[in-house]
Ligand binder design. Structure first.
Ligand code: EPZ
Length: 429
């Protein structure tokens, strides 16, 4: 059983290198299923969800060869639309990209209901709406098996207006539409950088996608895609997490391999709190020497403040002067981690979709757990600032999306380590 131990109070100084973006790499890895050829993908983040997605592709018959810790060659020439193991697919939300990629390649796909972080309801009705507009029939069995198939005519182009801005549905329908004859138009599309990254990857494979990054995406179906070489964009959420960490502890850290434009909403909020963020071509330098000023945030789809930075800023708000209000504008319930912050001494009131954080109360180290990926990152940030020792359990959830978080923070002066405890011997009564 692995845990993270932190002794708080150390300011952070030095340099951190950012990896490729997990939420861009996941759809791109699954999109390789669309290609009857070799795809060489670089800047792949070495995180557990990526390893899991590659394993799922192999169970479908794709050949996967790691060329280095952050490089892979995927050849899906011999892949086929069999049902992947539910033991694998239920471990993460991104498994549902098999539906779009399978429809686009084979005209059929099956997947067990996807897992992922628990934010309350996580419906897929917009994915289904998109697939059905392309001529697919989507069914869900009692036990959660989702199948998508097309009639003899195969997929056709469609016009989809999403009722909700959905990253996953935008990515999934884009994948299904790349080989659908005619022009498909997706409106009210998500505009995240990872939508653009998938579109760029698919266009490098011969697709004809325009408008990614705007709310209207047009896809002209092509008969077949071909292999390519591609590099994943840097992870704006990993970068934002370390920006919040140095803002919390004080100090100065240069964060390399970023696209500053993707960090604009995070930078704006840090500057509002009195933190300096210097933007370089592919790096930012974050400096905090003064007390943190309070501010308010509402999370929104890109280019608004990202929901995936919400827990990390809630931890940061615990150190600000005054009361900060944090409203979750994307998910039904993304405050499950607040109870864990309270165990550290945080003063947080949650009322519906808004958390009010009263800063200034000292945080005291204790045992907490990662309730999900970004909630776990919030525990790390709080632990870096708490008196005494903080022990974080369930760190496998953090390692789904952060490669070598302990190593990266140690390198900038944090007193943090990863400890493996023997699993408790079950006492037979
Ligand atoms: C992706 O989830 C990310 N996951 C999430 O990041 C992120 O929080 C989310 O996008 C929003 O940016 C991955 O990329 C693997 P959505 P996704 O579809 O695609 C509603 C992390 O920490 N909705 O954009 O599942 C939904 O309930 C993870 O890395 C429908 O109503 O999110 C939510 O309220 C956590 N019907 C909103 O839309 C649908 O069919 C946004 O969801 C689909 C979504």
């Amino acid at each position: 059983m692995e845990k993270i131990l932190i002794r708080g109070g150390k300011p952070l100084y030095g340099t951190i290198e950012i990896d490729g973006m997990k939420n861009a790499a996941l759809p791109i890895v699954f999109a390789a299923l669309l290609v009857p050829g070799k795809c060489h993908i670089d800047n792949l983040p070495a995180v557990k969800d990526i390893a899991l997605s590659l394993k799922i592709l192999e169970t479908l018959g794709a050949r996967v060869e790691m060329l280095g810790p952050n490089s892979v060659e995927i050849d899906a020439t011999c892949a086929c639309p069999i049902l992947p193991s539910a033991d694998l697919t239920r471990k993460m939300r991104a498994s549902y990209y098999l539906l779009g990629a399978g429809l686009g390649r084979f005209g059929s796909a099956m997947v067990g209901y996807p897992g992922g972080c628990d934010f309350g309801k996580r419906p897929i009705d917009q994915h289904v709406k998109g697939f059905e507009s392309l001529g697919a029939i989507v069914e869900e069995s009692e036990d959660g098996l989702i199948t998508a198939t097309v009639g003899e005519g195969g997929l056709h182009s469609g016009n989809i207006f999403f009722d909700v801005v959905s990253v996953g549905a935008t990515l999934n329908v884009m994948m299904a539409a790349v080989t659908a004859p005619g022009q498909t138009i997706i409106e009210n599309a998500a505009r995240e950088p990872h939508i653009v990254d998938l579109a760029n990857f698919l266009n490098t494979c011969g697709a004809q996608i325009t408008g990614a990054g705007t709310d209207t995406i047009k896809i002209k179906g092509v008969s077949e895609l071909h292999g390519c070489s591609y590099a994943i964009i840097p992870d704006m959420i990993e970068a934002g997490t370390y920006m919040a960490a140095v803002a919390a502890t004080s100090g100065q850290v240069k964060i390399n391999n970023v696209i500053p434009k993707h960090l604009e909403s995070i930078t704006a909020k840090l500057e509002e709190m009195g933190v300096s963020v210097e933007e370089l071509d592919d790096a930012v330098v974050v400096t905090r020497t003064e007390p943190l000023q309070k501010c308010n945030i509402k999370t929104l789809p890109y280019p608004g403040f990202p929901t995936d930075m919400q827990p990390q800023f809630c931890a940061l708000f615990c150190l600000a002067e005054g009361t900060c209000h944090l409203t979750e504008g994307v998910w039904d319930n993304r405050f499950r981690y607040v109870d864990e912050l309270r165990r550290l001494g945080a003063q947080i009131e949650v009322n519906g979709k808004t958390a009010s954080v009263t800063g200034g109360a000292p945080l005291h180290g204790t045992s907490v757990r990662a309730v999900d990926l970004r909630g776990g990152a919030a525990m790390v940030i709080a632990g870096l600032c708490a008196d005494g020792q903080t022990v974080i359990d369930d760190i496998h959830l953090i390692e789904r999306g952060y490669h070598d978080l302990v190593g990266k923070l140690t390198a900038v002066g944090a007193d943090i380590c990863r400890v493996v405890y023997p699993d408790p011997i079950v006492q037979l009564s």
